[in-house]
Design a protein around this ligand. Structure first.
Ligand code: G3P
Ligand code: CA
Length: 362
C-alpha cells in the first residue's frame, strides 16, 4: 500500500477535500492520472458534487480523474435516449413547479410497483429540454442545490459528444458505461432501449472490440438478447435481494458459482451491491468479504460494485466520523478496504475519492 504522505506529495492533496477544492484539483488529477488495475466509475457523473446526470456532473467526474462516466438511460415520447436514473423525473427536475405540465402527473406501475410522478415517455425531447435539473438529495447534499435550475436533461448523444471532447482535451480515452433502465418496461411501451443505444454507440465508433464501453442492466434478458450485436462489454447488475423484473431466477442464484458460470456465456462482468462483496454485521459495522470476487473471477467475470458515497449515512458504522449523517466519514478507508478484496473497479459519487483510494492502495 502506498504511503499517504508520499501520495499527497505527488499532487493529489487537493483531492482529499473535494467539495471545497474540486475545481482547483482538477487539472493535476486529470493529467497526472496513474494507471492501476482497478477502474473508477463516475456514478451518474460526479453526483456527489453536481445534480446527477447533467453534462456538468459528467464533466466534473472526468476532470476529477474518473476512468468511466455513467449515464443511466431512459426514453422520451419521441424515442430519444436521455440520461436520467428513472423515467420518473419529479425528483431530479423542476417539472413539479411547471404549471404547463401539471396535468401530466400520473401513477404508473413500474416493474410491479405503483409510482406517481412525471414520466419521460410522456414528454417529447423538445418539451423535456424546457425543464432544468435539480439535486435529488437536497437534504444530504445541500451545496449541490446551488446548481438547481442551471442544467438541462442531456441526451445520450450529447453525453457522448462531451466524452469525445473531454477525451481529446485530457489526452486519455474516457470510458462510458451506459445502463439500460427498466428495459422490459420500455419495451412494453414500444420504446425499447437497446436498438437506439447500439445505434448511437455505432455512430460514435464505439460499438467495437477494445472500445472503453460497458453496457449495464439489472435484467439479464436484454443483455442476453444483445450479446450477438454488442461488440462491447456487458455487465449484469445485481441487487442485494429479489430478482430481476419478469425473471424467476433470483439475484442470489445468479451469483452462485453455477449462476456466474452461466452468466459468463453472455456477460463480461457483474455490478453487485457492495454489500454482496462485504456485508455489514448486525451492528452495521463492516463484516468479512464473501467469496463473490473469487467466484466471479473464476468464471472470468469482472466485479464492479456500487455505490461508494462519502457521507456518513452511506458508510458502515465503523467508518463514520461524528454523528452528522451528512458529514463525510472515512470514505477513503472504506474504498481501500474494498479494493483489498480484488474488485476490478467501483462506482462512486465522488470520483476524486475513488482515484485517491486507488493511489493509496497502490
Ligand atoms: O449502475 C450501477 C449503479 O448505478 C446501479 O444502481 O440505481 O444507481 O443505477 P443505480
Ligand atoms: Ca446506474
Amino acid at each position: 500500500m502506498a504511503d499517504r504522505r508520499q501520495v499527497l506529495r505527488m499532487g493529489a492533496v487537493a483531492a482529499a477535500a473535494p467539495a471545497l477544492t474540486a475545481a482547483v484539483a482538477t487539472p493535476a488529477l486529470a493529467h497526472g492520472h496513474d494507471r492501476a488495475s482497478s477502474e473508477v466509475f463516475g456514478h451518474r457523473g460526479a453526483s456527489g458534487y453536481r445534480p446527477e446526470h447533467t453534462l456538468a456532473s459528467y464533466e466534473l467526474a472526468a476532470r476529477l480523474g474518473a476512468d468511466y462516466l455513467e449515464p443511466d438511460l431512459v426514453s422520451t415520447k419521441d424515442h430519444v435516449l436521455v440520461c436520467r436514473h428513472e423515467p420518473e423525473i419529479g425528483g431530479t427536475t423542476d417539472v413539479a413547479s411547471r404549471p404547463e405540465f401539471a396535468n401530466r402527473k400520473k401513477s404508473v406501475l413500474l416493474d410491479g410497483v405503483s409510482v406517481t410522478g412525471w414520466w419521460t415517455e410522456d414528454f417529447t425531447l423538445a418539451e423535456l429540454k424546457t425543464l432544468r435539473a435539480v439535486e435529488r438529495l437536497p437534504a444530504v447534499r445541500q451545496r449541490n442545490t446551488l446548481y438547481n435550475g442551471l442544467f438541462q436533461v442531456p441526451t445520450f448523444t450529447e453525453m457522448l459528444e462531451l466524452r469525445a471532447k473531454l477525451s481529446k482535451e485530457l489526452g486519455r480515452d474516457l470510458g462510458v458505461i451506459p445502463e439500460t433502465k427498466h428495459p422490459t418496461y420500455h419495451r412494453r411501451l414500444g420504446m425499447e432501449l437497446e436498438t437506439p443505444l447500439l445505434r448511437t454507440l455505432e455512430r460514435f465508433g464505439l460499438n467495437k472490440r477494445g472500445a472503453k464501453v460497458w453496457i449495464q442492466s439489472f435484467e439479464a434478458a436484454n443483455l442476453r438478447a444483445i450479446r450477438g450485436q454488442a461488440r462491447v462489454n456487458l455487465v449484469f447488475l445485481t441487487s442485494a435481494a429479489g430478482s430481476p423484473f419478469n425473471d424467476t431466477t433470483t439475484y442470489a442464484q445468479y451469483l452462485t458459482p453455477a449462476g456466474l458460470k452461466e452468466l459468463s456465456r453472455y456477460a463480461d462482468g457483474i455490478g453487485p451491491d457492495k454489500a454482496q462483496v462485504i456485508p455489514r454485521k448486525a451492528d452495521n459495522t463492516l463484516g468479512t468479504p464473501t467469496s463473490l470476487v473469487k467466484d466471479a473471477h473464476a468464471a472470468g467475470l469482472k466485479v464492479i460494485p456500487y455505490t461508494f458515497r462519502a457521507e456518513n449515512q452511506f458508510l458502515p458504522a465503523d467508518y463514520q466520523v461524528g454523528t452528522d449523517p451528512n458529514a463525510y466519514g472515512r470514505a477513503l478507508d472504506e474504498q481501500i478496504t474494498f479494493l483489498g478484496t480484488g474488485i476490478d473497479g467501483l462506482f462512486t459519487d465522488q470520483a476524486d475519492i475513488g482515484v485517491l483510494a486507488r493511489k493509496l492502495r497502490g
